[in-house]
Design a protein around this ligand. Sequence first.
Ligand code: FES
Ligand code: FES
Length: 360
Amino acid sequence: MKLAINGREVEVDDRHAKTPLLWVLRDVLELRGTKFGCGAGFCAACTVLIDGRNARSCQTIAERAVGKQVITVEGASGRVVDAVREAWHRANVVQCGYCQPAQTLAATALLQSNPTPDDAAIAHWMNGNVCRCGTYPRIRQTIHSAAETLASNRQPERLAAQPDLDVPPLTLDEKRDPVHPYVRVKPDGTILVYSSQIEMGQGVHTGLATIVAEELDADFDAIQVVNAANGVSSSGDVYGNPFSGGFQITGASTSTRGFWLRYRQVAAQARARLVAAAAQAWQVPQNEIEVASGVLSHGSGKKATFGELAARAERLPVPNGVQPKQRTSYKLIGQEGRLRVDAPGKILGETRFTIDVSLP
Ligand code: FES
Ligand code: FES
């Protein structure tokens, strides 16, 4: 059986002729951006485009797709889907993200058939695309925004997600370092924030990124949040949740209140170490160094980015007596305007959920 998936002809064993297309996509072709929700036609998490129309792949046996063009979240491209995804990102539509590849494909099909839908047309078309997180009001508003972009001459930006990083286990020395398990600056200026907490849709990755950017005086867009693990040693778990018995766990609304102090403190220490590295390199007093948007500078005209000083900073001890900022100095915390760091991967179907993990 030949299927045309994302513009490419693929050969699928005839034994799968009666298999729901969903499972051919996910398990045979390993295209896991298309999600399983109910398997019974009720949730539309499994939406794909078949000849341009949104269809529920759990209710479509594979042989019915023969001779048709199937587009999944991985293969959708063009101005309409770019406008939808850009609007989705800018409006912070996404929460847990599980339904969002399907929502964005359904919205794309809508705008392809009706470039100026009113609220009733949106409700009618999107009816059945269930969102457990209840993002419906933002979805409706965002479809209007995408329609406005399409009606203008502006070319929407193509959304890209940061790649998932494999995080190697911490060494004993790294666990002992006060900063390293939580914040690391790479030579290219990327600031890795190791999140002890899982992002289940409430925005904790964006919250921790905001805390770190605030205390570091970093450029928020330089921050990449990765999932932390392997923090256990004989003296406890560096990622232990103080509100949940000291072991690493996400739940019960403890993420921000449990880690608010710790991430502020370690980011302030990371900043202090960068300042100490600059003072050492430039032979100037630390209190004459200023930090803004990921750049350290001195009145003499000397300047360096975090990335340029990161290796030197990591070799220095953390200066004593470092304190986080007073809240009157906050520029990011408590302010609107940042986009969720987890949204692009979820919109593009690249975020791995538990159902997407295959064990050997
Ligand atoms: S998984 Fe297909 S409709 Fe729910
Ligand atoms: S189910 Fe829709 S964002 Fe969570």
